[in-house]
Design a protein around this ligand. Structure first.
Ligand code: 6R9
Length: 646
């Protein structure tokens, strides 16, 4: 980006909080005032929502920035906070997880059940030789054992590294090696789109090249045949099944490493983002309480993320369980066995809070309004979105067709690196605008800044920067402090701001709009144009379900806009009309040079569009790294279509 981003889309729709939610909200406008008055005292209050074995001596040690220490000297056990203390409060019989397998099998797990299983797993891991500080890789489908394995590691102070089930042998092996994991926890397989899909063979291949791995603990999920190495492999049902359900949790230092999670990274080696204990849990827990307004006695919460994504860590495991939530966990895909599966689950469990991704919302919109209309979604009261900018039209669809025009939609911006939600409306406080994450949460400092690091005013665009340390911030990149400094802290070193890598703008009222990764920003005839705004303009056309936009080298304009568009089921429209529509909405400079109608887009497993690959196609290059791509067949289809349209 050369200077600042163009500010093209204007949104005048506003949705104030429903009176009922505002009247009983967990967090009110006062929280912003308290945090503004004394930020550290504010976080100290939030930390007290947890049980500490030893109180902290200092809230924040920022004497060696950007290496932060939060709640210095404090000690706690994360699993104790997610389980034991609820039992001590008489909540053992409360359902923690309503688990729904893809084939339709179910499990109901109370807090007492979960506690016993985590204690067993903690004992089993200890018996396998895992000590505090050791790393454990977790490569599992969306089964309860995934949460159990994470909590068992946390309980004994082992650092977990969850890898998406379905990442390739090389992606898994690279992550195991980078963290020198001692144990891998996996399953024979999981169910995906109606069929068992094997996991163990990938682990076998990876581990053959990872000398640090001593044991592989295997959950039996599908019952498919697996190769077995007696000296290394152990069945979960033997090791965990026979272990004692008694286990006393030891407290760990607030800065004890809790987990490493690798970000896909568009180039080079994935970055092992390191999170620690006290600050992480404080913010994961507080934001879950505040942003989703969770009432643990009555709400049924469902986050549809995979556990292999940071959203699964903070908003399936640590946030909800620390708050004593009852939640739904689903193993499979939204279209198995039918396209109403999500809504069937909402109806069945009377889900009240739903947290999902724009990619899913746009897919549901594409499948048609009549599908959710067949289910009773009246239990829902709050809807959340995460993972990508949500296009205003997708936001409106979500509000109307899922939320019955009554539920606030909270668009939550954050990253693996931030550990927890940073920018989001509060459902009982904020007037929401479709497509905007609105503003930083209480206790969080974020700004939109120009190229030189100066803060831009309302109506301006630039880079998103985090301008003060926060409790759940990443502590470093595992084993690579230098890369940590270079990647996040060198861009605005003078100001001491964290560089998030996202473009953003402030609208006339000061609301923050996220505009996609800065690497994706297009430079067209000297104008910096965000992919997000052009995509949102396309999605606003009634025939368009989803769009991905990239800048391709162009002899006259420097870069030209190339759009890949998925139409809604049954819709027909010419590309000329779509080009005209963008030109009218955003101005002629944004008119795409070329529009390709496609049926799928390349996405990561967490549902983010991989524009880098589309740029390769648009510029006739061979494809770059595809290891994090969800379905590699889509690229062949798109490349073939691109050739024939020339
Ligand atoms: C939680 C998560 C982080 C990147 C982030 C940004 C994009 C996430 C967003 C959003 C606009 C939102 N992103 N939430 N962009 N609005 N509400 O997604 O973590 O997988 O590390 O991705 O995702 O580009 O920088 P992670």
């Amino acid at each position: 980006m050369s200077e600042t981003l163009e500010n093209l889309l204007h949104e005048s729709r506003r949705f104030p909080p429903p009176a009922e939610i505002a009247a009983h909200a967990n967090v009110t406008a006062e929280a912003y005032a308290q945090a503004d008055a004394d930020r550290l005292a504010f976080w100290e209050t939030q930390a007290k929502r947890l049980d500490w074995a030893r109180p902290w001596d200092e809230v924040l040690d920022w004497s060696n920035p950007p290496f932060a220490k939060w709640f210095v000297g404090g000690q706690l056990n994360i699993a104790y906070n997610c389980l034991d203390r609820h039992l001590a409060n008489g909540l053992g019989d409360r359902v923690a997880i309503h688990w729904e397998g893809e084939p339709g099998d179910t499990r109901t797990i109370t807090y007492a059940d979960l506690h016993a299983e985590v204690c067993r797993a903690a004992n089993a891991l200890t018996d396998l030789g895992v000590d505090a500080g050791d790393r454990v890789a977790i490569y599992l489908p969306m089964i309860p054992e995934a949460a159990v394995a994470m909590l068992a590691c946390a309980r004994i102070g082992a650092t977990h590294s969850v890898v998406f089930g379905g990442f390739s042998k090389d992606a898994l092996g690279g992550r195991i090696q980078d963290a020198s994991a001692k144990v891998v926890i996996t399953a024979d397989g999981g169910y995906r789109r109606g069929a068992p899909s094997a996991l163990k063979p990938t682990v076998d291949e990876s581990v053959a090249e990872c000398p640090t791995v001593e044991k592989v603990l295997v959950v039996r999920r599908t019952g498919q045949d697996v190769a077995w190495d007696d000296s290394r492999d152990v069945w979960w049902h033997d090791a965990v099944g026979n272990a004692s359900p008694e286990h006393e949790a030891q407290p760990f230092d607030a800065e004890h490493p809790l987990f490493i999670l690798y970000t896909s990274g568009t180039t080079a080696k994935p970055k092992g983002i390191l999170h620690t204990t006290g600050g992480y849990l404080t913010q994961a827990s507080y934001t879950h309480h505040a942003v989703f307004d969770l009432k643990p006695e009555t709400d049924v919460y469902w986050c549809t993320a995979d556990i292999g994504w940071v959203t699964g860590h903070s908003y399936i495991v640590y946030g909800p369980l620390s708050n004593g939530a009852t939640q739904v966990m689903y193993e499979g895909t939204p279209d198995t066995p039918h396209r109403g599966r999500f809504w069937e689950i909402v109806e069945k469990y009377r889900v009240t809070i739903l947290y999902t991704a724009p990619t899913a919302i746009r897919t549901f919109a594409k499948w048609g309004d009549d599908i959710p209309a067949q289910f009773d979604l009246s239990s829902l009261r709050i809807l959340g979105s995460v993972g990508e900018p949500i296009n205003p039209e997708a936001w409106m669809w979500y509000r109307e067709h899922i939320g019955g025009n009554r539920c606030p939609v909270v668009d939550t911006w954050w990253q693996t690196e931030t550990g927890a939600i940073m920018i989001s409306p509060l459902p009982g406080v904020t007037d929401c605008k479709p497509g905007s994450a609105m503003g930083p949460l209480p206790g969080i400092k974020a700004e939109v800044v120009a190229d030189d690091g100066s803060i831009v005013g309302n109506g301006g665009g630039g880079y998103l920067a985090l301008t003060g340390p926060w409790p759940s911030m990443l502590r470093t990149i595992w084993g690579d402090d230098k890369r940590f400094l270079e990647t996040y802290w060198s861009r605005f070193a003078e100001q001491g701001f964290y560089f998030a890598g996202d473009g953003a703008k402030r609208d006339e009222d000061g609301a923050i709009w996220l505009l996609g990764r800065v690497d994706d920003v297009m430079l067209v005839s000297g104008h910096n144009i965000s992919t997000t705004e052009v995509e949102s303009a396309l999605v606003a056309h009634p025939a368009v379900a989803e769009a991905a936009v990239v800048g391709a080298t162009d002899p006259t304009t420097g870069q030209a806009i190339v759009a890949f568009v998925i139409l809604k089921g049954g819709a027909e429209v010419g590309v000329a009309e779509l080009r005209e529509h963008v030109s009218k909405t955003l101005g002629p400079i944004c008119k795409p040079r070329q529009i390709m109608l496609v049926t799928e887009l390349p996405k990561t497993r967490s549902g983010k569009i991989m524009r880098r690959l589309l740029r390769d196609v648009a510029e006739n290059r061979s494809l770059g790294d595809v290891t994090t791509l969800q379905d590699s067949a889509v690229m062949n289809l798109i490349s073939a279509g691109m050739q024939s349209s020339k």
